[in-house]
Design a protein around this ligand. Structure first.
Ligand SMILES: *[C@@H]1O[C@H](CO)[C@@H](O)[C@H](O)[C@H]1NC(C)=O
Ligand SMILES: *[C@@H]1O[C@H](CO)[C@@H](O)[C@H](O)[C@H]1NC(C)=O
Ligand SMILES: *[C@@H]1O[C@H](CO)[C@@H](O)[C@H](O)[C@H]1NC(C)=O
Length: 531
């Protein structure tokens, strides 16, 4: 989930999830001023990163950082199982002299597998990650990221697909075992990125505001992590997958591209390349242009459920579509003029997305009312329990959270605003997907059908329109049902490495709404089978 950010002249920010964002000063959707309560809490970060620490000191401010034990980085790969749970072990990579990785093992989780947490230190920037080994022998490794931009992947970990879940207030004392965790047959890494998100921090408060910049940090993390830990057993059958949702639809194609381009350098320097096999995007915002017009389909037709808005509103929305398409194409695609693209997307947002907010429905699941206020809960009060758990001194100690991170917040407004100011979400991310497919990286686009914010209609359209060599073969396929235990789970089609799939009656966070279907889909995908 990500969150929805909106920028009004009064600099009012609100969260949502997918796109939340997006980029432009207002497209994607932004709730009207006053939607929800004014004083937000944990899941939302109201303080800019530069706030004086005393304002945001959390309950854990007197925790000390755990010690770091230096190890000889030239000793090559070493055994992850020798990593301590008391102190951090630091490792580095000769190709990245300014980067190193601190890792510790973590006891006390509900799963029996080995788990680790740590930071990759990139100069003054520090990215936090969790790593869970697979429950069964597997050579697949998944890196998961949530969206925002600016939201922590702990949402995916504890609410959606991680081994230990926090789904109620009781789980804050001891997270519950998740039988449908994605580490059933794959190792899974959750990363708080970019800098400034979740437990990630920077010594002087700096953060990044563009996906391309975030991609460099993630690619470096992947290179060091694989060289030091994953390649220990083998470099031949390991398969790496990038997965995420929401704004991850923008992040992941760019991260994958950076990893592929970095491979050329790794090989030249004599290191094994990262065996990137696939990219999996759930309810993503890969293409803001088709998403803009699809808000009409979801709110005014039976595409997801039934029409939600008044006929007069729908007629007005329908009239705006041609104009909106034309403006976005002219100002954001044919050329990219920051001011005019922002103006075009703001106008389209006002016509096509804004009307939804009057419905009071959950933008991540239109079959429900928002259990809000949205700025506090993202419509899911679970998010508050997760934040509470992550702010417990015991939790922070077990994870090795730096004392520089005062209070955990689910989403960082400062990061979201930075991305928005660069119109990061209005870039043509689908062009990266095209290149990845041409180079043999498989791509899975899966979408819960009840989501409004990053819906299946928009995702169907961009995958159908994608200009790549598999375009005709892909479009020649009819959508067909895919099943789990004999029951229809959704519709799918695939060709030449690209798969599109819907998940019926799931909202934005598919593994939360349909855990069994999501895990079945994942395992079939990892095994290279048809869904
Ligand atoms: C787990 O994944 C491996 C490949 O990494 C595969 O060979 C094996 O059959 C899978 N096991 C299950 C139970 O799906
Ligand atoms: C949309 O759903 C309504 C109510 O179920 C139904 O009466 C109508 O025929 C449907 N419209 C289309 C175009 O399928
Ligand atoms: C769809 O995916 C399956 C599994 O990878 C593959 O066997 C099949 O050939 C694909 N279909 C097309 C039309 O490429």
């Amino acid at each position: 989930m990500g969150r929805l950010l909106a920028l009004t002249q009064a600099a009012l920010f609100l969260i949502g999830v997918c796109s939340q964002s997006i980029a432009t000063p207002h497209f994607p959707p932004r709730p009207p001023a006053g939607y929800g309560a004014a004083n937000a809490v944990n899941w939302r970060d109201e303080s800019p990163l530069s706030s004086p620490p005393e304002i945001i000191l959390g309950p854990t401010h007197n925790l000390e950082d755990i010690p770091v034990r230096e190890v000889d980085s030239d000793a090559g790969v070493f055994d992850l199982h020798s990593v301590s749970d008391e102190v951090y072990t630091r490792v580095s990579h000769p190709m990245f002299p300014h980067h190193s990785l601190r890792i510790k093992s973590s006891k006390g989780w509900c799963d029996s597998v080995q788990s680790y947490t740590g930071y990759i230190d990139i100069g003054a920037k520090h990215l936090f990650f969790y790593f869970f080994e697979s429950r069964s022998p597997s050579s697949d490794v998944i890196l998961w990221t949530n969206g925002g931009p600016g939201c922590s992947s702990s949402l995916g970990l504890f609410m959606e697909l991680g081994p230990c879940q926090i789904l109620s207030a009781d789980d804050v004392d001891s997270p519950k075992f998740n039988p449908y965790s994605w580490n059933n047959n794959a190792s899974v890494i959750f990363i708080d990125q970019p800098i400034g998100v979740g437990f990630s921090y920077a010594d002087y408060g700096e953060h990044v505001g563009r996906t391309e910049e975030a991609a460099k940090d993630v690619a470096t993390f992947v290179a060091i992590f694989f060289e030091k830990f994953i390649f220990k057993k083998s470099t031949t059958d390991v398969k790496f997958h990038l997965a995420g949702e929401s704004y991850g639809g923008r992040y992941l194609p760019v991260f994958a591209a950076e990893i592929m381009d970095q491979n050329a350098f790794l090989k030249r320097a004599g290191f094994a390349p990262i065996p990137l096999d696939s990219v999996m995007i759930g309810n993503g915002i890969t293409d803001s242009f088709t998403m803009a017009t699809s808000y009409y389909d979801v709110t005014c037709t039976n595409a997801s459920l039934q029409p939600l808005l008044p006929i007069s509103t729908c007629a007005r929305m329908r009239r705006a579509i041609p104009r909106c398409k034309e403006m976005l194409k002219a100002e954001c695609i044919d050329r990219f003029d920051t001011m005019s693209c922002a103006a075009a997307s703001e106008a389209c947002d006002a016509e096509l997305a804004a009307p939804f907010w009057s419905s009071g429905l959950n933008p991540y699941d239109i079959s429900k009312e928002c259990d809000g206020p949205i700025e506090e809960t993202l419509c899911y009060p679970i998010t508050k329990h997760i934040a509470k758990y992550l702010n417990l001194p015991e939790t922070r100690k077990m994870l090795g959270v730096s004392k520089n991170v005062h209070t955990f917040r689910g989403c960082s407004d400062a990061v979201g605003i930075d991305f928005q100011s660069h119109l990061d979400g209005m870039r043509q991310t689908a062009l990266y997907v095209e290149q990845l497919l041409e180079r043999g990286v498989r791509v899975l686009i899966y979408v819960g059908t009840y989501d409004w914010i990053c819906n299946h209609v928009g995702n169907y359209r961009w995958t159908a329109e994608l200009p790549w060599s598999g375009h005709d073969a892909f479009n020649a396929q009819e959508l067909r049902e895919w099943k789990v235990d004999g029951e229809v789970a959704g519709m799918t089609r695939n060709a030449s490495g690209l798969t599109f799939a819907t998940v019926f009656a799931a909202g934005h966070m598919v593994p939360y709404d349909k855990p069994k279907q999501a895990l079945t889909m994942l395992n079939r995908w990892l095994a290279g089978q048809e869904l």
